[in-house]
Design a protein around this ligand. Sequence first.
Ligand code: ZN
Length: 308
Amino acid sequence: MKHKKLLYRLVLFVIVGAAVLFTNAADTESPKINAMLLTGQMNKYHDWHVTSARIEKLLEDSGRFEVTQVKSPARGEDMSSFKPNWKNYDVVILDYDGNDWSEATQKSFEAYVADGGGFVVHHSSDNAFPNWKAFNQMIGVGGWGGRKKDYGPILRWRDGHQVLDFESDGGAIHPNKHDFQITVRDQTHPITRGMPETWLHPHDEIYSRLRGPVAGTHILATATADSSMRNGTGEHEPMLMTNYFGKGRIFHTTLGHVGMKESEPIRSIQCVGYTVSLQHGAEWAATGNVSIPIPTAFPTADKISIEK
Ligand code: ZN
């Protein structure tokens, strides 16, 4: 009888112990990713106030990120004291196209990424810093800012694989904002795994003829605009890409245009496909893995999905 009682106690102890252990494991399983959203200046075609607020909200809504906005001095102000503390963050999301950073800040950012810091370049931020060599290596390809033939090849998708076009002239262009299909070219990558092969993305710009040193750039998804459209190239242009710089992982999304007119729709950054690719890209850049699930409300090949 005594033995039975002891056995009961032992079993109870093991069950309670396991429950406590399990609960603790669930609590500590995913510490939040510290993300720096670097913003504060943008070219005259984009409203960084709107995009940065949205990026912050979408990352925090995932429950996976703690986001800190770090704002540069305003355009034209002294940049010499702008020295973000990169090392406090797992990933830096760039929503910036403005004055050059000081050489010391550029070098410290290069060291941060080379040492394994994550980096996300968002839409028009790939217009920034045309004369900063390491930045061009990190983003792989960029547009505007005088990026012509001598900056490197145009990166595209042809006949089932990515190709480098060294022959064509011309800098970046894009058709007018419209709804277009994104085609996932690598369905096995953590960022795109589980997405449908094609999904409809609303009211955005198909960045075209992006060029640069390319190096390790890997295309995850493309889009195309028929050459009958103004600025349509008829080519499959990269929309979502990854790259490496030293030990650092880089996610490059060309999605997410928001113009300066208040009346203009911002469906581009309300698209569930935009949200998921941004969340996944930032998590992958920070950790090398993706745990954020794909919602059932993901867009399909012929139906956009908006979340306000
Ligand atoms: Zn734009």
